[in-house]
Design a protein around this ligand. Structure first.
Ligand SMILES: [Zn+2]
Length: 226
C-alpha cells in the first residue's frame, strides 16, 4: 500500500493554492496522508485567533485553515503511528529521529551563532518525526512510500532511513507531466509565491526557472515522469 506522508509546512504552503492542492489530490488519491501529529499541528495553527496571527505566521495559519477543511471532510486521511514489532520499536525510533533532527538544528544554529530554544525545537519537530517513523516502517516492510517535505533537515534524516523524499517543487512538477499539464510558468510562479514566507526549500533544491516544471518527454524519457 503506497503512502505519501505530507508534512505541515509543505501542505500549508500547497493549500494556499487550493486548485493545485486539488490537482495533487486527484493524482495521489487516498495515498496522500498525514500523521496524527501533523494533523494536530495543522489544527493548532488553524486554531490561532486572528489577534494572535502575526505577519510572520498569518500565511501559514491561513494555509492551515484550508487544510483543516480537507482533514474534516476526509479528503486527507490521518494515520496513526505504526504498531511496533521485534525489529521495529516505534518509540525508540521516534527518539532516534527526533535526536537526529535536533542535532541538525543545533549544528545550523551553531554555524549561525544562535542558541537553540530546546522547547520550541521539540514542539517544532513532532510532525516531521512522526512522518519519518511512519515512512521508515513502510521501507522496513518493503513497501512503497515517500515523504513530502520542504525541510532540508527532515530530508537528510529521512534519506538516512532509505525514505524517498519530494519537496513542493518536485511535487508540483508532476502536474506539468499530466496528460492535461498545468502551465509550467504558473507552477513556477505558484511555487515561488507559496514558499517565500514559510516552507522555504533549501537553496540547493530551489528550481531556478519555469523549465523545471515542464514535462521533458519528447519521444524519449522524461526526468520527472519516466
Ligand atoms: Zn514528464
Amino acid at each position: 500500500m503506497y503512502r505519501a506522508w505530507a508534512d505541515t509546512g509543505l501542505l500549508c504552503a500547497l493549500a494556499r493554492r487550493p486548485v493545485l492542492l486539488d490537482k495533487i489530490l486527484d493524482l495521489y488519491g487516498a495515498s496522500l496522508v498525514v500523521t496524527q501529529a501533523v494533523a494536530a499541528e495543522i489544527r493548532r495553527l488553524s486554531g490561532t485567533s486572528e489577534a494572535q496571527r502575526t505577519p510572520q505566521t498569518r500565511l501559514l495559519c491561513s494555509g492551515a485553515d484550508t487544510v483543516v477543511r480537507y482533514l474534516n471532510d476526509g479528503r486527507i486521511a490521518e494515520c496513526p503511528l505504526p504498531t511496533g514489532s521485534d525489529t521495529f520499536d516505534t518509540f525508540d525510533k521516534l527518539d532516534q529521529v527526533l535526536r537526529k533532527l535536533r542535532g541538525i538544528d543545533a549544528a545550523a544554529a551553531e554555524r549561525a551563532g544562535r542558541t537553540t530554544d530546546a522547547v520550541a525545537s521539540a514542539h517544532k519537530h513532532a510532525g516531521e518525526t512522526h512522518s519519518i517513523v511512519c515512512a521508515a516502517r513502510i521501507v522496513e516492510l518493503g513497501g512503497k512510500t515517500v515523504l513530502l517535505t520542504n525541510d532540508g533537515g527532515a530530508i537528510t534524516v529521512a534519506e538516512s532511513y532509505g525514505i524517498p523524499c519530494k519537496d513542493l517543487g518536485q511535487l508540483l512538477a508532476e502536474l506539468g507531466c499530466e496528460a492535461d499539464p498545468v502551465d509550467a510558468a504558473d507552477l513556477f510562479n505558484s511555487f515561488n509565491e507559496v514558499t517565500r514566507t514559510f516552507a522555504t526549500v533549501p537553496a540547493y533544491r530551489q528550481p531556478t526557472a519555469a523549465s523545471a516544471f515542464r514535462c521533458l518527454k519528447h519521444g524519449d524519457t522524461c526526468r520527472l515522469c519516466g
